[in-house]
Design a protein around this ligand. Structure first.
Ligand code: FAD
Ligand code: SF4
Length: 492
C-alpha cells in the first residue's frame, strides 16, 4: 500500500494526487502541535486550519477514502504511529510552496520514498512554470498579468483585452463618500467540530495572540462556495470603485474575505476567477478582482519561488527599529493604526490598503526592521503563509528588496490616508500639519524618507516629482521637518 499525505493548506478535492489513490491506499492528515507553534500564530488561524482539516477528513471518508487522521505532538510522532500500522511502500504528497516545509520534506525523504505531485489547482501555474514565467528580476506585475490573461484566456476577445485595456486600476481608486454602505458578507456559525477546536486552541495555545471568538470564517468547501456566491452576486459590483478606500465602522467594505479559504484549498483560484468573469458586475470591478487573483496572487507566489532562499533577509534601507507594542494591542493615539490593528486582533484580517498603506507605510517610514514586520504579518493574519507574506511585506510594502518586485515604495503622508479613509477625523493628530505639536507623524517621516533616499529615487519615474518637490524647499523649512522627524522617531 501507499500513503498520501495531505497538508493543512492543501484541502482541495481537485488535487491531482487523488487520481492515483487506489483502494488499499491510505490518506494521512496530521494536526501537529509542533507545526502550530513554529510561530505564535493568531488563535483564529489555528482554529481555521484544524477545523478545515477535520471537515476535509470527514468529506474524504464520506467519499470512500481510508483516512488516517492524527492529533500528534509532531509530524514524526504521527508518522511513527502510521508506519507501525501500515508500512507504506511510498509516500505521495502535493508540492509545497513554503521553503521551511520543503526543507523538512527533504529530510523526511532521506529515510522514505517520496513521490511529489503538481500543486495545480492550488495555483494556476506549477512551481516551475511560475519561475519560468516571471523570469529574472526586476520583475514586473503588469507584464506578468498580461501573460496570465492571455495564457488562461481570461477576459479576452479576439486575443485582445475585453473593454480595450488590460487594467481598470485608474477607475478603482475612489475615496469613500459620506453615507457609503456595502452589502454585508456572510459570517458562519461554528459547528460542533469547530467548537471542539476552539476549546482545544483556548486550552493548548492560550498564549497565542488574538481573540478566538467570534469565529466567522468558512471552514468547509460548501461554506466557502456560499461565501464566493454571495460576494459575486452582491458585493463584487462595489469591490472595484472602492477597492482602496477605508472606513472605521466597516472594515470589510466590499472585499471578498476569500483569501483564507483560497490559501488552504477550500476554493481553487480558477473557480473564483470564473465566478467573477461569469457575474453581471461591471467590467471594471470584474477585471479589478481578476487582477488580484490571476495577477497579484500568482505574481507573489512566483516571486517567492524565484527568490528563495535569501529573500527573507533583504533589508535595503537597513531599518532596524523594533515594531511598537501597539501592533499587538491597538492602543495608540494614531487612529489609522488603531483602526487597522483592531480588526487584526479581533478577526486576523485587514483588507489590502490597511495592510499596505497604513501598516506597511508605518513600518517603512518608522524604519522598522523588515524581518520583525514580516514576522508580525506572518503570525497575525488568517491567510498568512511565507510564500505570500514575504513578497507582499518585504517587496511590496517595505521595498526592502530594493525594487525587484515593485518600481517604487508604497509610502504616503497623512494626506493620502485622510483622502482615502475617515480615520483622521477621529485622530488626535492633524493630517494637514507637518511640524506643529499636533502634526500627523507620517508627514515629517515621509519627507525624512525622501531626504535620506534622495539619490536612489531622483531618477525613478514614479518618485522623481516628490524628490524635486523636496529639493525645491527652503533649507530652514527642510531642517524643521527633519528635526520633527527625528523627534517622532525618538518618541516612538
Ligand atoms: P480581496 O481584496 O477581496 O482580493 C481578492 C483576492 O485576491 C484575495 O482573496 C487574494 O486571494 C488575492 N490577492 C489580492 N492581492 C493579493 C496579493 N498582493 N497577494 C496575494 N494575493 C492577493 N494575502 C494573503 O493571502 N496572505 C497574506 O498573508 C497577505 N499578506 C499581505 C501583507 C501585505 C503587507 C500586503 C500589502 C498584502 C498582503 N496580502 C496577503 C494580500 C492582500 O492584502 C490579501 O490577499 C487580501 O487583503 C485578503 O482579503 P480579501 O480576501 O478580502 O481580498
Ligand atoms: Fe493616521 Fe495621521 Fe490621520 Fe492620525 S492624522 S489617522 S496618524 S494619518
Amino acid at each position: 500500500m501507499r500513503s498520501f499525505w495531505i497538508f493543512g493548506n492543501q484541502l482541495s478535492h481537485e488535487l491531482e494526487l487523488f487520481e492515483h489513490v487506489e483502494s488499499d491506499d491510505v490518506i494521512v492528515m496530521i494536526e501537529a502541535t509542533s507545526r502550530a507553534t513554529w510561530r505564535p500564530y493568531h488563535k483564529q488561524k489555528l482554529v481555521l486550519i484544524f477545523s478545515a482539516m477535520r471537515h476535509f477528513a470527514e468529506e474524504l471518508r464520506e467519499k470512500g477514502y481510508k483516512v488516517d487522521y492524527h492529533e500528534a505532538d509532531s509530524f514524526q510522532d504521527a508518522w511513527d504511529d502510521h508506519f507501525k500500522r501500515y508500512e507504506p511502500e511510498e509516500i505521495h504528497y502535493t508540492a509545497v510552496t513554503d521553503a521551511a516545509m520543503e526543507k523538512k520534506l527533504k529530510q523526511f525523504g532521506q529515510k522514505h520514498k517520496l513521490v511529489e505531485h503538481s500543486d495545480v489547482p492550488l495555483f494556476f501555474l506549477t512551481k516551475q512554470e511560475a519561475v519560468d514565467t516571471i523570469g529574472d528580476a526586476p520583475w514586473r506585475m503588469d507584464r506578468f498579468y498580461r501573460h496570465m490573461r492571455k495564457r488562461f484566456e481570461v477576459l479576452l476577445e479576439d486575443g485582445k483585452p475585453r473593454g480595450g485595456k488590460w487594467s481598470f486600476d485608474a477607475d478603482n481608486r475612489q475615496p469613500p463618500k459620506d453615507g457609503l454602505t456595502f452589502p454585508a458578507p456572510i459570517h458562519f456559525r461554528p459547528d460542533a467540530i469547530t467548537k471542539d477546536i476552539i476549546e482545544k486552541v483556548e486550552r493548548d495555545f492560550a498564549d497565542h495572540p488574538g481573540d478566538i471568538t467570534p469565529f466567522v470564517w468558512p471552514v468547509t468547501h460548501s461554506e466557502a462556495h456560499r461565501a464566493l456566491k454571495r460576494f459575486v452576486k452582491e458585493r463584487l459590483e462595489t469591490f472595484g470603485p472602492y477597492q482602496d478606500a477605508m472606513l472605521s465602522d466597516n472594515q470589510e467594505m466590499s472585499h471578498s474575505l476569500l483569501s483564507a479559504a483560497i490559501n488552504i484549498g477550500l476554493l481553487t483560484p480558477d473557480e473564483v476567477v470564473q465566478a467573477a468573469v461569469e457575474s453581471e458586475a461591471p467590467l471594471a470591478s470584474v477585471e479589478g478582482f481578476v487582477r488580484q487573483i490571476l495577477g497579484w496572487r500568482e505574481y507573489m507566489r512566483a516571486v517567492y519561488e524565484a527568490s528563495m532562499p535569501g529573500y527573507e533577509s533583504v533589508n535595503t534601507f537597513k531599518h532596524e527599529r523594533d515594531l511598537p507594542y501597539y501592533f499587538w494591542d491597538a492602543e495608540t493615539n494614531m487612529n489609522c493604526i488603531h483602526q487597522s490593528v483592531k480588526p487584526v486582533i479581533e478577526k486576523a484580517h485587514n483588507h489590502h490598503i490597511q495592510r499596505l498603506m497604513v501598516l506597511g507605510n508605518f513600518a517603512t517610514l518608522f524604519e522598522v526592521s523588515p524581518q520583525q514586520t514580516s514576522d508580525w504579518f506572518n503570525e497575525m493574519y488568517i491567510d498568512a503563509y511565507d510564500w505570500v507574506v514575504l513578497p507582499n511585506v518585504l517587496g511590496m510594502a517595505l521595498h526592502a528588496d530594493g525594487g525587484k518586485l515593485a518600481t517604487k515604495p508604497y509610502i504616503a503622508s497623512g494626506k493620502y490616508i485622510d483622502k482615502m479613509s475617515d480615520y483622521c477625523k477621529g485622530c488626535k493628530y492633524n493630517p494637514k500639519h507637518t511640524t506643529e505639536a499636533d502634526a500627523c507623524p507620517f508627514n515629517a517621516l515621509y519627507w525624512n524618507f525622501i531626504d535620506k533616499h534622495e539619490e536612489r529615487f531622483a531618477k525613478n519615474q514614479r518618485m522623481k516629482m516628490m524628490v524635486r518637490n523636496w529639493q525645491g524647499r527652503d533649507d530652514a523649512v527642510k531642517a524643521d521637518i527633519l528635526a520633527k522627524a527625528r523627534q517622532t522617531l525618538k518618541d516612538m
